[in-house]
Design a protein around this ligand. Structure first.
Ligand code: ADP
Ligand code: MG
Length: 400
């Protein structure tokens, strides 16, 4: 689960970490009061969407010459004008995709006097099996670009889970970020505290880009992106309240109600598969034959008719879907039960696109017979190769 920058900063503030004063804004009418509350003389109006690159982003409705999604304002009138212009419009950034995201919340923040912009993140480093810091002096820009062009400017520091962030660790980070004086003193307490917040709140990512050294020599968290480990959310009912459903894909929200592992993608072939590995290979083979999957969907080992129906509804509700591939391996499940579920789902939901069904495993003959004998327009397939070619051909893709 992701949260907004202003929510992440409130959380970090509770840990005593240095963030600027700020006020979230939901309606244009709230802007002036918020500006007065902060006092100026420099304000920053920041779009709150679950995507980075906002500063360099462009509002769809405002044209290429308008300012981006993070704007400086030097007077209350400017705050007002920017809030009115930004709220409700669609921000397109490197991370949102071409459709962009509607900006429904803004964050008005005290402007900082920036000397240097640094990069700092904490993440789960799968190669060492530890939580690790990633730090770079090249903050404020795309860290992927830094990693590609100047990888020597990135420091990765895995943390021993038993010892936590030691003084030696904190010093290494300070050295890597070239911190001296007050900034170094700040760093020595900030880094262990960030780690504490990361672990206590079951975060999977805490990215501060930029962490700044201010003109007065102190450190400040200027941007904050936080993702939590979904599997640990049951431990944090307070954090669940921070979820913003408007930021999430509707189909993914619906899928989560039925405990379906679903991820929306950009292609036109809807996939319904049991097992994550099989779902991945189904997507691969669709690509191999020249088409693109519209989703990842694992209905799970114990899929019943209700789950299959829900999955079908989600797939068919996607206007991009021009064909559906059902690929089920009956291991614990029996193929005839699956066939029944698929047929029932198709009857209930209706079907306006080609559907290819590939079944394998226990009671496969019975399952196939049921599909073949139904009056529904279902194309039956013998194996995964056959199924993928049939569905790609049916949507007019590039299958041989
Ligand atoms: P994003 O990463 O989505 O573009 P940031 O919060 O990192 O958004 O803001 C982009 C840039 O805007 C920062 O790198 C910084 O230069 C500037 N900026 C952001 N917040 C402030 C602030 N409170 N005061 C001064 N400058 C800011
Ligand atoms: Mg940023």
């Amino acid at each position: 689960m992701n949260i907004h920058e202003y929510q992440a900063k409130a959380l970090l503030k509770d840990y005593g970490l240095p963030v600027a004063k700020g006020v979230p804004i939901f309606e244009a009418g709230e802007a002036r009061k918020a500006a007065e509350q902060l006092g100026g003389p420099l304000w920053v109006v920041k779009s709150q969407i679950h995507a980075g690159g906002r500063g360099k982003g462009k509002f769809k409705e405002l044209g290429p010459d308008a300012k981006g999604g993070v704007r400086l304002a030097f007077s209350m009138d400017e705050v007002d004008a920017n809030v009115a212009e930004m709220l409700g419009n669609t921000l397109v950034t490197k991370q949102t995709g071409p459709d962009g995201k509607q900006v429904n919340r803004l964050y008005l923040e005290d402007g900082a006097d920036i000397d240097r912009e640094l990069y700092l993140s904490i993440l789960v480093d799968r190669s060492t099996g530890k939580v690790a810091f990633v730090a770079s002096t090249e903050g404020g820009m795309d860290i992927e670009t830094v990693a590609e062009e100047t990888p020597e400017k990135i420091l990765t520091l895995p943390i021993d889970p038993e010892a936590g962030v030691t003084e030696a660790d904190a010093a290494k980070l300070c050295d890597g970020l070239k911190l001296g004086g007050a900034a170094r003193e700040d760093g020595m307490t900030i880094f262990p505290t960030l780690y504490k917040a990361f672990v206590e709140k079951d975060m999977s990512l805490l990215e501060i880009n930029p962490l700044i050294v201010m003109k007065d020599g102190h450190l400040r968290v200027l941007d904050a992106k936080v993702s939590f480990d979904n599997n640990a959310m049951f431990r944090h009912p307070d954090l669940a309240e921070l979820r913003d459903l408007l930021e999430e894909d509707e189909k993914e929200i619906e899928a989560s109600k039925y405990d379906l592992a679903y991820v929306a993608l950009d292609g036109n072939i809807g996939c319904m598969v049991n097992g994550a590995g099989l779902a991945m290979s189904t997507m691969d083979i669709i690509k191999l034959y020249g088409a693109e999957p519209a989703n990842f969907l694992d209905v799970g080992g114990g899929a019943n008719a209700e789950k299959v129906t829900a999955a079908f509804k989600i797939i068919t509700a996607d206007p991009n879907v021009k064909g559906i591939l059902v690929n089920i391996f009956g291991g614990i499940m029996r193929c005839d039960v699956i066939a029944e579920g698929v047929l029932r789902a198709v009857k209930e939901v209706g079907l306006s696109v080609p559907l290819v069904v590939r079944l394998e495993g226990t009671k496969v003959a019975e399952g196939k017979k049921m599909i073949d004998e139904s009056d529904l327009d279902v194309i039956s397939a013998d194996d995964l190769d056959d199924a993928a070619q049939k569905i790609v051909k049916a949507v007019g893709g590039a299958a041989a």
